[in-house]
Design a protein around this ligand. Structure first.
Ligand SMILES: [Zn+2]
Length: 140
C-alpha cells in the first residue's frame, strides 16, 4: 500500500471521529497524519544507514504496545520481485504512535523492520528522533 493512501485513510478516520466529537461536544483531534514505512514496489523509497539503537528502541516499543488493528495479510513486494519467496516477510499488524509535542500521529507497519534490515529503507529523520525521545508510554 502506498504511503499517501495510508495517510488519506488516517485523515478520513480522524475526520469521522471529529464529526462525532463535534456532535457530542467532545474535543476534536487535530493531529497531522504521517505514515512511515509503507513502501510500494512502484515507488522509490529513501535508503541509508539506520542506527541499531533506533531499531532496538522501536522493537521494544512494538513489543510492549498494543497492536490495535490488522491491515490484512501483506507479503513483501520487494522480496517477491527478487524471486525470494522463502525469505519474504509477511505482516498484518500496524502501530500508531502519537507525538503530542509536535501534534503528529505516526502510523507504521511491523514490516518496517524487514524493510530497514533487508531492503535498506531509511525512515524519516523526524520519526527517528521522535522514537529516540519516547519514554515508551505513549503507544496506542
Ligand atoms: Zn522483503
Amino acid at each position: 500500500m502506498k504511503r499517501l493512501e495510508v495517510e488519506e485513510k488516517m485523515k478520513n478516520a480522524r475526520d469521522s471521529l471529529n464529526k462525532f466529537a463535534i456532535k457530542n461536544n467532545h474535543p476534536t483531534l487535530s493531529y497531522k497524519s504521517v505514515a512511515v514505512g509503507y513502501l510500494d514496489i512502484t515507488e522509490e523509497y529513501p535508503k541509508g544507514p539506520v542506527s541499531q539503537n533506533f531499531i532496538n528502541k522501536l522493537r521494544h516499543i512494538c513489543s510492549n504496545g498494543l497492536s490495535l488493528m490488522s491491515a490484512g495479510h501483506h507479503d513483501c513486494e520487494f522480496c517477491i520481485d527478487e524471486g525470494n519467496y522463502e525469505g519474504r516477510a509477511t505482516s498484518c499488524s500496524e502501530k500508531i504512535l502519537i507525538d503530542k509535542e509536535n501534534n503528529i500521529q505516526y502510523k507504521f507497519p511491523e514490516m518496517i523492520f524487514h524493510y530497514i534490515e533487508e531492503h535498506g529503507y531509511q525512515p524519516p529523520e523526524d520519526f527517528v528522533l521522535f522514537v529516540m525521545r519516547m519514554d515508551g508510554g505513549m503507544v496506542i
